[in-house]
Design a protein around this ligand. Structure first.
Ligand SMILES: [Zn+2]
Length: 66
């Protein structure tokens, strides 16, 4: 089971969300890390974001129904 790495997000593959690994590309990776809103955190090889977090970009503060 894989959960979303975003600090404000509790989506996971077990809840039916599609999970995406962090990209290898440095620029995109940086973009994702900004979305995650975690300072001093580096994504590991198995770190993922759900498709909501990868697709929406600026969703900090969004309420999640589930
Ligand atoms: Zn997420």
């Amino acid at each position: 089971m894989t959960g979303c790495s975003a600090d404000y997000c509790t989506n996971s593959s077990t809840k039916g969300f599609q999970m995406c690994r962090f990209p290898q590309d440095i620029k995109r990776r940086k973009l994702w890390m900004d979305n995650v809103n975690r300072s001093d955190w580096v994504p590991g090889s198995s770190s993922c974001l759900c498709h909501v977090c990868t697709g929406w970009g600026k969703i900090i503060g969004q309420a999640f129904a589930s």
